[in-house]
Ligand binder design. Structure first.
Ligand SMILES: [Fe+2]
Length: 326
């Protein structure tokens, strides 16, 4: 843990705007030794298989598709080299649970925010490291926890949309809560006119309001980013409400009318949600997972060796479940 402040130019306006508006902040995390190329390469080589996703992306202009892969016997540097050639991204999920250094960074970061923003807390937080190709993009989606995006290397453009209809509707958040995964939410080009569009460089971070939909385009450079998410009481209440309303809608055909976060109606929904949260139906709906379909080839970091031949059926199933990347 560093004794220096991680936010290097926090001012009063940031304290006022945090959580309410999309704001870009300056940070020093990209200068931490844990983000050096050597340390990232070592992290990749030792990362538990069940905690990373290596994803091959479709050709530009093709329909959305992603396939899960394996880094095989490549060194960490070779994996990064392969990603730099295009068409791949690597998500080291839950890195803050795997490696204490990243946990401590995020802990300090949120402690700095809590010291500046009255009433804010992030008792539970999680971070992942995303290493992505120069041509990669994240499609329009929404996340249930509070979110931030920390840029370490490379440049990317982030579009953040209002967290209100028509950009995001209650039923989208309900589906996210029910199925514990990203769901396809409708997107139209004209939404961009209402987005905040912000370019991120190393040493910059973006924070946006809860449940604001967003999408990301890499700007022709290899990107290293850290995604952070947090849960506090306000986030937990909102998630419980989405889950309960989703249950009512999907299981009982009832269209929820209340989105109140307090009072008897909320309490009843929370009880319903707890009773049904682990029901067989929910478990079954959440069970779909993608198989490992390719492995990076040791002989040539520019190619991937298919483990499975994706049938068009499998491809369309994956595509329908995908949230991002071309
Ligand atoms: Fe996101």
């Amino acid at each position: 843990m560093t004794t220096d402040r991680l936010f290097t130019s926090w001012d009063e306006t940031h304290s006022e705007l945090w959580g309410h508006q999309t704001i870009r902040l300056e940070h020093s995390l990209h200068r931490q030794p844990a983000f050096s190329l050597d340390d990232l390469a070592r992290l990749i080589e030792t990362y538990p298989r069940e905690h990373y996703s290596l994803v091959r992306t479709g050709a530009q202009g093709s329909s959305r598709i992603w396939r899960d892969g394996d880094i095989g016997k490549l060194s960490g540097r070779e994996v990064i080299e392969a990603i730099s050639r295009g068409g791949l991204w690597l998500n080291l999920r839950e890195v803050s649970s795997i490696d204490r250094r990243y946990h401590d960074m995020i802990d300090q970061m949120f402690a700095e925010v809590a010291a500046k923003v009255p009433g804010f807390e992030a008792p539970t937080h999680q971070a992942g490291i995303l290493i992505s190709s120069p041509d990669a993009q994240v499609y329009y989606h929404v996340d249930l926890p509070g979110q931030g995006l920390i840029q370490i290397a490379g440049r990317k453009r982030v579009y953040v949309y209002p967290n209100t209809p028509p950009f995001i509707r209650p039923e989208h958040l309900e589906d996210c809560a029910l199925f514990q995964s990203e769901v396809d939410i409708p997107y139209a080009d004209w939404y961009d006119e209402h987005a905040k569009v912000i370019d991120l460089e190393p040493g910059q971070m973006l924070s946006w309001p809860l449940n604001a939909p967003h999408r990301v385009e890499n700007l022709c450079t290899l990107n290293v980013s850290m995604t952070v998410s947090y849960v506090n009481d306000a986030v937990r209440r909102a998630q419980a409400l989405h889950l309960a309303n989703g249950m009512l809608r999907h299981r009982f055909g009832y269209t929820p009318k209340s989105d109140r976060l307090r009072g008897p109606a909320f309490f009843a929904k929370r009880v319903t949600q707890r009773l049904l949260r682990d029901s067989k139906w929910v478990k079954r709906e959440r069970a779909a997972r993608c198989p490992i379909e390719f492995r990076l080839d040791e002989a040539d970091t520019g190619t991937v060796a298919d483990l499975l031949k994706a049938t068009s059926k499998a491809a369309s199933e994956v595509a329908s479940d995908s949230r991002f990347w071309k």
